[in-house]
Design a protein around this ligand. Structure first.
Ligand code: 6PG
Length: 247
């Protein structure tokens, strides 16, 4: 895998805009090359402003009818719950776009976790036309980074970090809500592109460990992201990048 591409922005606002620019560009490239754009959204708070920018300032830059929306992880809560990753993306972006229902592939956080994980695996297999042992190739997987070095819902010490067969698993994490659904490392690592969005001083130590620390995915789960045939882009603001060695 080629070295990750680091793009360091002055502040969070610049990061949100650059993330929207990069996404709009990748969308156009994907639709031109294979007629659609499969986007796997991140949860958390960082991407919210980017989602809003995509649906407003960049609305005309994207052929939205060709975009398929998926999620990298979800909290096991109803889709209208304050902690739902779907609810955030819907509020900030999806609700502002004239999408067909078949474009939105939501993880059903309201269902029992194990069956919701199995159902989402089936959804991915059906939508990507996968045989057993195959993994979806998302045009773009957006990821965040927790200050405990987690990404998606792959938390330190969780066996899911080493999952090699399943596409989606249910996990219990040491953060509220505790029950979550997450795509697995092989799904992330089959992506055409992975884009991390990380802002703020509170993430600086996590960024340092993941990018420059010893290889230890059990302690630093985001290190598991290494797409063999894909590109990794880290969008960082100066604060989140402040502990990195000079480059
Ligand atoms: C989630 C996310 C998670 C998130 C990080 C960073 O469901 O919470 O998928 O992986 O990206 O925890 O969250 P913030 O962007 O809120 O710092």
């Amino acid at each position: 895998m080629p070295q990750p591409k680091l793009i360091i922005l002055n502040d969070a606002r610049e990061l949100y805009v650059r993330a929207a620019e990069e996404t709009a560009h990748i969308t156009g490239e994907a639709i031109c090359t294979h007629g659609e754009f499969t986007l796997c959204l991140s949860g958390g708070s960082t991407p919210a402003a980017t989602y809003d920018l995509l649906a407003t300032r960049f609305h005309l830059s994207v052929d939205w009818k060709e975009v398929q929306f998926f999620w990298g992880d979800e909290r096991c809560v109803p889709p209208d719950h304050a902690e739902s990753n779907y609810a955030m993306a819907n509020r900030m972006m999806l609700s502002k776009l004239a999408l067909r229902p078949d474009q939105v592939h939501r993880m059903r956080g309201e269902d029992p976790p194990a069956s919701a994980a199995a159902a989402y695996e089936d959804e991915l297999r059906k939508r990507f036309g996968l045989d057993d042992g195959e993994f979806p190739r998302f045009d773009l997987v957006m990821l965040g980074l927790g200050d405990n070095r987690h990404t998606a819902s792959l938390f330190p010490g969780d066996p899911a970090i080493h999952e090699t067969q399943r596409l989606v698993v249910a996990v219990e994490v040491d953060a509220e809500p505790r029950n979550r659904l997450t795509i697995t490392p092989p799904v992330i690592n089959h992506a055409q592109r992975v884009m991390f969005l990380v802002a703020g001083q509170s993430k600086a130590a996590a960024v340092k460990d993941v990018l420059e620390g010893p290889r230890d995915p059990d302690r630093f789960p985001a290190q598991i992201v290494a797409p063999q045939g894909g590109e990794v882009i880290w969008l960082l603001d100066k604060a989140a990048a402040s502990l990195l060695s000079p480059r």
